[in-house]
Design a protein around this ligand. Structure first.
Ligand code: NAD
Length: 364
């Protein structure tokens, strides 16, 4: 019998509580013991705590060092930035890891894909350094930049800043190579637009080339982002680990999720020195709230990643196998994984959990 693991569980909102409950049930059915510290965040706790991310939620994650989270809505124009971005920033979860894998039975023109996207999570255009059109500060910046660069910037511009540091690049690229080494993967591809963005993406690329020299057993290549989107659509099987600055990583994660069956199958992890937080790539899909309709497998597969992280690799293999068997059987699937002609045979979120648990019982 293994130890009991203390894990922070954030159910989230929208479809979050439904996919979280389904995931909690299948994780418990692996036989691994959990002591869940259930923490609420998001708009529902605003009134009580005056913030969507109360300090006790962060404290719980810092104490347990591992969290699993359902999606949380970021309301537009209501005065707070994303809870998801805040969690990544405050806990310095610098690596976003998103595997995209073909499972037998998925309706997709592509087979045999097994890609892991490693996305930098703290810098780039997501650093939140923005200047709104027409504000006095923006005018000052425009004047300063026009003078220093010798390039005229239109006065009616909005400005978003793209910082990419050597420290941030080194940390994420090293993480990608170490992940490739640990998982016995063969190749790392670094993504950039260094031909145009010489001092931000160019820096990222030069660090990638330097670090590649420290891993002679792992093949290294780089690709310009526009070429990469075309290559991924033409022949995704040629890629293994992909390491990207923040924005390209965000876009490629969704592209790759689409290649292997959609957001319902796209898990993720946000990893830092201090803590790790596992969550599906998809959002809270508010219009489906409480309908027991959407696919819990992206969050379940995030649970598989969590099991590996906490040192329960056998349970991780069993749970992934159970999910794969349910997909291959094609019966107990939500509507997103059904052919159009079979949509009326789709089951709900909780029935998917029942089916996975039944499979788990037969996998030793
Ligand atoms: P979304 O991912 O919530 O939904 C977009 C569409 O994708 C849905 O309408 C649905 O058709 C499909 N979809 C999503 N999850 C699915 C699942 N599990 N199974 C099957 N189909 C699924 O994206 P959105 O509508 O752009 O965002 C809704 C809210 O979620 C926003 O407030 C956004 O900020 C937030 N969000 C949160 C996270 C997070 O918590 N990490 C991530 C992305 C978006």
């Amino acid at each position: 019998m293994t130890n009991t693991h203390n894990i922070t569980l954030i159910p989230g909102d929208g479809i979050g509580p439904e996919v979280s409950n389904a995931t909690k049930r299948v994780l418990e059915a692996t036989g691994v013991r959990f002591n869940w510290d259930i923490m609420y965040a998001g708009i529902d706790v605003m009134e009580e705590y005056g913030t969507p991310l109360p300090e006790h939620v962060l404290e719980s994650i810092r104490k347990n060092k591992v969290a699993i989270k359902g999606p949380v809505t970021t309301p537009i124009g209501c005065g707070f930035r994303s809870v998801n971005v805040a969690l990544r920033k405050q806990l310095e979860l610098y690596a976003c890891v998103r595997p995209c894998k073909s499972y037998k039975g998925i309706i997709s023109p592509y087979q045999d894909i097994d890609i892991v996207i490693v996305r930098e999570n703290t810098e780039d255009l997501y650093a939140g350094i923005e200047f709104e059109k027409g504000k006095p500060q923006t005018e000052e910046i425009i004047k300063y930049l026009s003078e220093k660069s010798g390039t005229k910037i239109r006065e009616d511009s909005g400005i978003s800043i793209k910082p990419i540091s050597e420290t941030g690049s080194r940390r994420i690229i090293k993480y990608a190579f170490e992940l490739a080494k640990k998982e016995g993967r063969k190749k790392v591809t670094a993504i950039h637009k260094a031909n145009i963005l010489k001092f931000s993406d160019g820096l990222f690329l030069s660090i990638a080339r330097e670090l590649a020299g420290e891993y002679p057993d792992i093949e290294f290549e780089d690709r310009i982002i526009d070429n990469m989107t075309m290559q991924l659509v033409k022949k995704p099987q040629q890629f293994d680990v992909i390491v990207c600055p923040n924005l390209y990583g965000d876009i490629l994660s969704d592209l790759c999720a689409g290649l292997v069956g959609g957001l319902g199958l796209a898990p993720g992890a946000n990893i830092g020195e201090e803590a790790a937080l596992f969550e599906p790539t998809h959002g809270s899909a508010p219009k489906y709230k409480g309908m027991n309709k959407l696919n819990p497998m992206a969050m379940m597969l995030s649970g598989v990643m969590m099991l590996k992280h906490i040192g329960e690799p056998e349970a991780a293999v069993r749970l992934e196998k159970a999910i794969a068997e349910v997909i291959a059987e094609g019966k107990n699937l939500t509507y997103d994984l059904k052919a159009d002609s079979e949509r009326d045979t789709a089951v709900g979120t909780s029935q998917v959990a029942d089916a996975v648990i039944e499979k788990l019982e037969n996998i030793k």
